[in-house]
Design a protein around this ligand. Structure first.
Ligand code: PHB
Length: 372
């Protein structure tokens, strides 16, 4: 091992930390990153196993967002976790990561309205809390980009089925050998569509009041923690994002209420996208996200454009327990070691972020290979 850079001399960012039953080897988390390299049935294989195991020195890996059902899919070649074949495919990844001493959670995803009939089973209209279309947003289909359609509002009696799909996917994740699961309730996908008054216009018990808008998320937490020990479950939130045309007129009380309601379940962490996804960390009209950290009884995982300096500051001021890095992990499989030693980072090739094959996926070298 190379010597640490002077910059990191007094930080605990690279020290082990306890997350539920797991001792993570450091506080750096590989963020979920859509890479769109599964097959058309949503089955990952050796390629994903190699990619994730190359990055196993992260304290924790959160897998790319993974569809809980055919209805939950919004982008071609994203993986799933509801069929036997998908479970078998994911086993290659969990084994490869574990063989290298890493830990990996699977992220449970339903896109809701952020889909297209071309991707939905039987050409169905995508579902959402209400028939409100995401503006300025395109779906990536087999025929290229297409504008999103106006979704179909879910009937009240369909919602228990969706909650069951989360539970089934959580079971599948367990069978596939993951260390835990993360419930994706962020970035304008289905669960955040229920939380947000811009997208939830319902008049039944899943819309209107904060209690009603948070109901499905609490039901999903309840269902998933019946499958997994709650200390192996996290939840992702993005109260201030505008991603996929999401928004709320007053998010603070919504998220404080949600946290109060999920606290009794004892989840391991909240994963908070600070500000606008892949954008402004402190957008106008936001609120102090530290309030969520203080309200929540588990660990706080911070995400959004973190650099080493920001991560060091977050630990020095105790603003976060775990820090996510996303894009830097794409092009630096040994990111933890590079940050620790102050080595330069390889910039990613944005052309190979989505779809394709090995190129831009498993061919980024580690430092030793660069030096050699
Ligand atoms: C994406 O596929 O672009 C994507 C997926 C999940 C996210 C954000 C973006 O949370």
């Amino acid at each position: 091992m190379n010597a640490p850079s002077p910059k990191v001399a007094s930080t605990d960012l690279f020290d082990p930390v306890q997350l539920g039953p797991y001792t993570l080897s450091n506080r750096i988390v590989m963020a979920p990153l859509t890479r769109s390299r599964a097959d058309d049935q949503g089955v990952p294989g050796e390629l994903q196993a190699t990619y994730y195991s190359q990055r196993a020195s992260a304290g924790l890996i959160v897998s790319e967002a993974t569809n809980i059902s055919a209805q939950g899919k919004g982008y071609i070649r994203t993986p799933g976790i509801w069929t036997k074949e998908q479970v078998e495919g994911w086993k290659l990844t969990t084994k490869a990561v574990h063989d290298k001493g890493g830990k990996i959670f699977l992220q449970l995803w339903h896109v809701g309205r952020v889909s297209h009939p071309d991707i939905q089973p039987g050409g169905a209209i995508p579902v959402a809390p209400s028939a409100v279309r995401a503006e300025n947003q395109q779906a990536y289909t087999y025929e290229g980009f297409k504008p999103l359609v106006t979704p179909r509002a879910l009937e009240t009696d369909e919602i228990p089925g969706i909650v069951k799909d989360y539970a089934h996917a959580a079971e599948c994740a367990k069978e596939a050998g993951f260390d835990g699961v993360e419930i994706h309730s962020a970035n304008g996908y289905l669960l955040q569509q229920f939380l947000s008054d811009k997208t939830n216009k319902r008049t039944d018990r899943y819309g209107g009041s904060i209690e009603n808008r948070t109901r499905i998320v609490v039901e999903v937490v309840d269902a998933v923690t019946k499958v997994w020990d709650s200390k192996r479950v996290g939840i992702r939130l993005s109260p201030l994002t505008k991603f996929a045309d999401i928004g709320d007129s007053n998010p603070e009380p919504v998220y404080l209420s949600l946290i109060e309601q999920i606290n009794p379940y004892g989840l391991a962490y909240i994963h908070v996208i600070e500000g606008d996804t892949q954008g402004e960390r402190q957008p106008a009209g936001g609120f102090d996200l530290q309030k969520l950290r203080h309200a929540f009884k588990g660990l706080y995982m911070a995400n959004n454009n973190y650099t080493l300096d920001l991560a060091l500051e977050a630990r020095a001021k105790n603003l976060a327990d775990l820090i996510c890095f996303g894009r830097p992990f794409i092009s630096n499989p040994d990111l933890v070691e590079r940050l620790r030693t102050g080595a330069p980072l390889t910039p990613p090739d944005t052309n190979t972020f989505y779809a394709g094959d090995e190129k831009g996926y498993i061919d980024y070298p580690t430092m030793d290979r660069l030096a050699g």
